[in-house]
Structures are given as structure tokens and as C-alpha cells.
Ligand binder design. Sequence first.
Ligand code: GRF
Length: 213
Amino acid sequence: MRVAVLTSGGGTNLQALLDACRPPQPASIVLVASDKPAAGALARAEAAGVSTHVITDPTDGKAIVDALQDAAVDLVVLAGYLKLVPADVVRAYDGQMINIHPALLPAFGGTGMYGIRVHRAVLEAGATVSGVTVHLVNEEFDKGKPLAQWPVPVNDGDVPETLAARALEVEHQLLPVVVLAAARHGKPVRLRSSMKAFAGADAPDLDKTLRGP
Ligand code: GRF
């Protein structure tokens, strides 16, 4: 499966994918695109020998589709991509585009809910558990069908940064699991997790506990 990653930031999730999607795995990262020319993610892609593309106008869906089609992409992964994906891109990759969000959607998602703001909102709400969601992308922020979710405990004394760091560790495990499952099935599939395996563990072994569709 040929995978493109769209990202706006440092790209630690991209790095997790670059590390996981290597031969003999059935997925490979063939394109990394960013709306931010200085994004650390582009440097990570270059270091890995992966083609890069700068999205000069994030509202220009045709240009984005052209770049994805030129790279013969089968799956599009939004990993810290902060712009709304234009409707024509969503239509062109219907059921073939996923996003990772650092909370248990549908809670703490939607417009303006990204990055540290998510974790601040979780703590302000007094939630005792947060998590990570990977979901299909539709035309609204964070509203597509969830494919995989994993809980992250909220600890006493947490500040947004500590909760973000704990969630990010899980993101780095969950996203490759979902991408490799998609590659094995030829399209993104829903995975079910075992809550029992989570008990007492901050960073569970997702390979052992996520079961296929
Ligand atoms: C992650 O928390 C991701 O879930 C969110 O933005 C952050 C990106 O981090 N959408 P990175 O660029 O992958 O390091």
C-alpha cells in the first residue's frame, strides 16, 4: 500500500510511520506533504529518502489531488495536519484517508481543537481518562467514523504538556497499527481494543491487544 502523510508540524507520528512501514511490511511511505515549508516533518522525510511536497494553497483541492495521484497513493494519513482538507480531496480519497486525534472522539474534537488545546480542555473538564483516536476523514474536522481508539489515563498533577506526552506515546503505537492493518486488508479497517489489557499500563502493547475486523 502506497501511503502519503500530510502534516503541519514536527512529524513525530510521521517518524513512527517511517520506522514501521519498511520492507517486508505491506505499506510504504511514498510522499510527505506539508502546508508549512519549514515543518520538521519534511526534514524527516528527506532524511528517509521520501519525496516531499509543499502545499502552497491548502484550499486548492485539485492541486492536492494531483500531487497524491502523481505519487499513485492508495492511503492518505493526516498526522498533525492542521488545515481542513478540501471536499474534492475527501471525495477523491473517500474511505482511504485517515486522521489521528489525541483524544477519545467524539469528545474533545472539532474546529479549533488541536494540539495542546485538546489536552487543556480534557483537564479543564476534569476527565479521568483521555485517549487517542484514528478515524476516517470526512468533510468536517474530527467527525469521520472512528477506526481505532486507545485510552490514556489522566494522572493526578497532570498539566496539558504531561498529558500530551503520554498521549503522543500511544499515538506512535496506534497509528502504525492502523496503517499496517489497512495495508493488509487493502483499505482502512476498524480495529477493536481490549480494555482489560489497558488496566494499569500507560503504554500498552497494541499489537497484542488490537484485534482485526
Ligand atoms: C499529534 O498530537 C497529533 O495527534 C495531532 O498533532 C500532533 C502532531 O504531532 N493532530 P507530530 O507532528 O506527529 O509530532
